[in-house]
Ligand binder design. Structure first.
Ligand code: GRG
Length: 337
């Protein structure tokens, strides 16, 4: 089993330590067809392409992180944590499949491979996406039932429903599909601009937040810790979306593994449509807020270091993008307290 968090927190190392375990849960828990049809090779092929063709596993890693940050206080919850971690990846993969469909973003590439509907047809892709979403929900429900007292279980379920439903991912996607970049005036009042960004972030942020806080709930987090982690996730969710927007603009599928300039082609909002220095200061501010959110209310020990490490990981990701488009610009790293 992977080791615990250490003092020299490096998120890449943490990711390497846990990825094998996450992948073994993804394999063991994957949705199956009814027994009579259980060995349909096409189902297996499509499902494995949806889950195992690449992916950084950010969301399951955040679940494990949330659990460890609050020091895994509930006994015997590790198996439940790993099932919920797998659930987060299933829900994420499901959202990617839906997002890529011709009726949504009409993408051709995902994670360096053909988008699922291009390889298996829209009919099959939609069924795989639905099965992943439902399996993800099933895993969270069963893990919560097994490992949580009823009040925390209710909280977890409510978080789950609000994340994937019309107040969360679906709202973000709805808004993403409706708003046209070309119809947004260049100089918007800052309050309105912030509201637009917040709405659009709903397609990304809530699942990152659910991932981190579900792990913390299974670790026995207090209400204060959960609120702090929720605020942290809110900020990193915004940063994550901004970096994703930037990736869309740089036109280098070899690096991103997906179609680029999709937002431009589809006239979608893209928060990275601005001066690169402005993007950097926006990220500096957002990630700074993430650190402040947890600095006050979480213990200052080794585990906190990994939240900081996640922030540094995002900065490193951004700097890799900048190397391609503006090598003279580099975002400064944050350092641990
Ligand atoms: C209720 C499941 C569900 C979906 C309905 C289609 C939809 C609503 C939402 C789409 C949400 C979406 C695809 C947002 C983009 C999120 C994002 C930043 C994806 C890229 O994440 P990475 O970089 O990707 O973590 P990898 O491939 O590394 O996992």
């Amino acid at each position: 089993m992977a080791s615990n968090i250490t003092q020299e927190a490096d998120f890449q190392v943490f990711a390497q330590q846990w990825t094998k375990t996450i992948d073994s849960y993804l394999l063991a828990e994957k949705p199956t067809l009814n027994l009579v049809a259980a060995n349909d090779p096409l189902w297996e092929q499509a499902l494995c392409a949806a889950i195992f063709d690449g992916g950084k596993r950010t969301r399951p890693l955040l679940t494990i992180l949330g659990w460890q940050v609050v020091e895994a206080r509930l006994p015997d919850a590790q198996d439940s944590v790993l099932k919920v971690a797998a659930a987060m990846e299933y829900i994420h993969c499901s959202s990617l499949i839906f997002d890529d469909l011709p009726c949504m973003d009409n993408a051709t590439l995902r994670r360096g491979s053909q988008a699922l509907h291009r390889e298996f047809g829209q009919d099959k892709a939609i069924l795989i996406a639905l099965s992943l979403l439902i399996k993800g929900m099933d895993l969270v429900i069963k893990a919560g039932l097994k490992s949580l007292p009823s009040s925390s279980y209710g909280e977890l379920l409510s978080l789950l429903i609000n994340t994937i439903g019309s107040t969360g991912l679906i709202c973000g996607q709805w808004f993403d599909l409706s708003a046209k970049q070309s119809e947004i005036p260049h100089k918007l009042p800052s309050k309105l601009a912030a509201q637009l960004t917040e709405l659009r972030n709903l397609k990304t942020m809530p699942l990152l937040k659910l991932a981190l806080t579900s792990g913390a709930i299974l670790g026995g987090a207090t209400a204060i810790e959960l609120a702090a982690l929720g605020d942290f996730a809110q900020s990193i969710g915004s940063a994550y979306q901004l970096i994703d927007d930037l990736l869309d603009l740089i036109s280098d599928s070899k690096y991103s593994g997906k179609d680029t300039s999709l937002d431009l082609r589809n006239d979608r909002l893209n928060t990275a449509h601005q001066d690169i220095n402005q993007i950097i200061s926006q990220l500096q501010h957002t990630l700074g807020m993430a650190r402040i959110a947890v600095a006050q209310d979480l213990p200052c020990g080794d585990n906190y270091q990994y939240l900081d490490a996640f922030v540094r990981y995002l900065v490193a990701q951004l700097n890799t993008i900048l190397e391609n488009i503006a090598p003279e610009i580099k975002m400064e790293q944050f350092y641990s307290r």
